[in-house]
Design a protein around this ligand. Structure first.
Ligand code: PSU
Ligand code: MN
Length: 300
């Protein structure tokens, strides 16, 4: 027996009619931003997808029910809920069986979006290999190797070991595209000093690569990395000190496992005095717009 999903009527209709849909994750709402910013930003991301011509489908688990596309009331409830399980692939059956509320990470969102027939997903940053803890490798990287979704992101945060993250993605067979950049963006910052596999300058080029992947019968996702808009960049030189302090505090407090990423995100927000939020919000909206354009081009 396979589990049925609950679809927002607008998402269901768009999928049936082969109109563009963009999947959105929910962990950034529950574990990425504090209330009330989280709700404001979640709404803004959905609006950005719409303005760029696609239907947003925020994915979450509500009292055990896998839900694809949230109503305004569901989004509000999720954003205000203090007790939501952060769901990567391995957490999905736990949240469903126990009738819990769950927020999906990049990996969790990819699993559900793919089964729902959605091909493009916009987020902020993917998880990766943690610095000084090479065995703490986000399940996002494994998921990208096995689920053919196109993930639009701003690279990965410098809280991670970016060179090792690239190595794992290579091993996992995940092509990394730089959208109008030769360099892997580092989330808050436009620069990492590391190369992408290929630079693309248009949506049409992204679509050609997705189609070639499909034509080869490969199962890996495609990672489209987009630098944060220049006006909102938080340059690496300034962010580094805050990032180092957050890492030191996590180490001192003995934070481990799935708590590491949310802890670091919160610490950085606290220490940066709004600077990280400006960059984070800007890159999320930018990624949402590009994802909508890719979804449109794939359906045409
Ligand atoms: N990176 C960010 N913001 C986020 C996350 C990552 O810059 O909100 C979230 C995403 O949902 C991502 C998850 O999939 O954290 C990765 O967690 P972990 O490292 O435990 O796999
Ligand atoms: Mn981890």
């Amino acid at each position: 027996m396979s589990l049925s999903f609950v679809f927002h009527p607008e998402v269901e209709e768009a999928l049936r009619a082969h109109r563009p849909v963009v999947a959105l994750e929910s962990t950034l709402i529950t574990h990425g931003f504090p209330a009330p910013d989280n709700l404001t930003i979640a709404r803004e991301i959905e609006a950005a997808v719409r303005q760029a011509g696609a239907v947003p489908a925020t994915i979450a688990i509500l009292e055990g029910q896998i839900t694809v596309g949230l109503t305004e009331a569901q989004l509000e409830a999720l954003a205000a809920s203090p007790d939501v399980r952060k769901c990567s692939r391995r957490d999905l059956p736990l949240a469903v069986a126990r009738r819990e509320n769950g927020a999906t990470t990049v990996a969790g969102t990819m699993v559900i979006a793919h089964r729902a027939g959605i091909r493009v997903f916009a987020t902020g940053g993917i998880g990766g290999v943690h610095r000084n803890h090479p065995f703490d490798e986000s399940a996002d990287l494994m998921e990208l190797s096995q689920t053919p979704i196109t993930v639009v992101c701003a690279g990965a945060k410098a809280i991670l070991d970016l060179p090792l993250t690239l190595e794992v993605l290579e091993t996992n067979g995940v092509p990394i595209l730089g959208y109008q950049t030769d360099e892997l963006p580092a989330f808050y910052s436009r620069h990492s000093g590391l190369p992408v596999d290929v630079r693309v300058d248009s949506v049409a080029e992204v679509v050609e690569i997705i189609r070639a992947r499909d034509g080869l019968g490969l199962s890996a996702g495609v990672l489209v990395t987009v630098p944060v808009p220049a006006d909102d960049e938080w340059p690496a030189a300034q962010a580094q000190q805050v990032i180092d302090q957050a890492l030191t505090e996590a180490e001192q407090l003995g934070i481990t496992g799935k708590a590491v990423t949310p802890f670091l995100l919160q610490k950085i927000a606290e220490l940066s005095g709004g600077r990280s939020k400006q960059a984070n919000r800007s890159l999320l909206l930018n990624n949402a717009r590009l994802a909508a354009r890719i979804a449109q081009a794939l359906e045409s």
